[in-house]
Write a protein that binds this ligand. Structure first.
Ligand SMILES: [Zn+2]
Length: 470
């Protein structure tokens, strides 16, 4: 049934696209499709969890769509400011727990990534007027490539100096973005009321390994649904390991993760939908980058929403138990730094490599040292033995999730990448030794002086396992 509906949606959207229908018509097609799905599914009331599995949970959303042109992050070739808005973008937050132990706050946000400095600033400011502590805040970015650039996240992405007028807009948006993350976190804390949380894992198949047709993939779709004490869904969080790059146009939007949120919220009226990204650094949508084909991004979002609906109607595991939060930082060594002579050689190139070399040389000229290590945050939230959320920073390749899921002998492991900091790609030893974009050449866009030295995979996984043993 679901497959038939999806096929029908696909056919409708492609036929409309070929006749150049406007956005409104296309949106109607999806509305109708979603309504059809809702009508075709029978709501199944789930039993409310026992008192010991109740938590105080709040949620909130804040619109973070800019109303002025701003550079968009993620593509080297797109060097212009945004020309409008395709879709509103959001920061959304879930606050879990009461003030006796201190609550947790998870913020998901439509952006390429969130720099360490912003996470610290948001934690500090939320902590000033609440009981929130740094290790109890997690910020997970959707990695949409159609959201504004913020300072500190892939600063060399354009392979050229950003003109002052464009930089002024980036500065303005960075401040606004930080303020809005604080606002949404505080609003979720204020919204807390008794709730139950249920967890399940589905499957969505639109991601592929972008390095190799036979490379590893992770099609799991973990879902957390927060219900009020009448069993009504209030918030739904899903996680999928795939780059958010179907759209590469110059209109602001959330890409497939934004459409997934919209479709879920239509299927579950009154709910708030959040999307975090798994270890999808080497995973792309099957159809790849599709320019302005928002119908494709919408369809991918709909696939996620339909799977959420199927999961929510079936048996789910109850999240229960005491919350155990761990946070640590480890140093990840970089490989040997390039010599000044090597940088001078590269600096002559009229390319992103040349620009990166010039940026490194200007640091040396100012008397600064090039970085030799990356200070990497690792965070875990365990809910008794029922669910364990891991937050890894940066663009983490799929091998990490595969290993964690197979090597942690208990509880359901849920891995959020693109969380809390945006240092660079995080290759596994395999990807590092293979090289290529995720293995090293993408480091220049993140303003890292060189690639990683071997040994990071065991360090990261060792730190996660150490946290989970506490
Ligand atoms: Zn990426």
């Amino acid at each position: 049934m679901l497959a038939w509906i999806l096929r029908a949606v696909r056919l409708q959207s492609f036929s409309i696209n070929t006749t150049h229908a406007d956005e409104g018509q296309l949106r109607d097609v999806f509305w109708c499709s979603v309504i059809a799905i809702v009508a075709s599914c029978q709501a199944v009331a789930l039993p409310v969890g026992a008192a010991e599995s109740q938590y105080q949970v709040g949620s909130a959303r804040v619109d973070i769509t800019p109303d002025y042109p701003v550079r968009m992050n993620g593509f080297l070739v797109r060097k212009e400011e945004s020309r409008g808005v395709r879709q509103r973008i959001w920061a959304k937050a879930l606050a879990i727990g009461d003030d006796t132990e201190g609550p947790l706050v998870l913020i998901t946000v439509d952006n390429l990534g969130v720099p360490d400095e912003i996470t610290h600033e948001v934690a500090r400011r939320i902590g000033q007027s609440s009981k929130l502590r740094q290790e109890r805040l997690a910020i997970a970015a959707s990695h949409t490539h159609t959201a504004p650039m913020i300072n500190g996240c892939a600063p060399n992405i354009f392979g050229a100096q950003i003109p002052p007028a464009d930089q002024a807009h980036i500065d303005r948006y960075t401040q606004f973005f930080t303020d809005k993350l604080v606002e949404v976190g505080l609003a979720a804390l204020d919204d807390r009321k008794p709730a139950t949380m249920m967890f399940g894992v589905g499957k969505v198949t639109f991601a592929k390994n972008r390095r190799s047709a036979t490379g590893p993939i992770d099609h799991e779709l973990p879902m957390l649904v927060v219900r009020d004490l009448n069993g009504q869904p209030r918030s739904i969080l899903v996680n999928y390991a795939c780059h958010c790059v179907t759209l590469s146009e110059s209109l602001i939007g959330g890409d497939w993760a934004g459409y997934a949120q919209e479709h879920i919220e239509r299927i579950f009226p009154g709910s708030l939908a959040m999307v975090s990204i798994g270890c999808g650094a080497d995973q792309n949508p099957l159809l790849g980058v599709q320019g302005d084909r928002f119908d494709i991004a919408s369809q991918q979002g709909l696939e996620i929403a339909c799977e959420v609906k199927r999961l929510a109607d079936g048996p789910l595991q109850t999240v229960s138990g005491k919350i155990n939060v761990q946070y640590s930082r480890i140093d990840l060594d970089l490989a040997e730094l390039p010599s000044r002579q090597e940088l001078e050689q590269k600096s002559k190139l009229d390319s992103a490599i040349g620009y990166h070399a010039r940026v490194q040389l200007s640091k040396l000229d100012r008397g600064e040292k090039l970085r030799t290590k990356i200070d990497y945050p690792i965070q875990t939230w365990q809910f008794g033995d029922s669910l364990c959320m891991v937050f890894l920073a940066g663009e983490v390749v799929v091998d990490y999730a595969k290993r964690l899921k197979s090597e942690i002998p208990r509880a359901s492991i849920w891995v959020n990448a693109y969380s809390n900091a945006a240092p660079c790609y995080i290759p596994s030893e395999r990807v590092l030794s293979e090289g290529g974009y995720e293995g090293g050449s993408a480091m220049i866009y993140y303003d890292q002086p060189t690639r990683f030295a071997p040994g990071l995979e065991e360090k990261i996984l060792g730190a996660v396992k150490q946290q989970l043993a506490r």
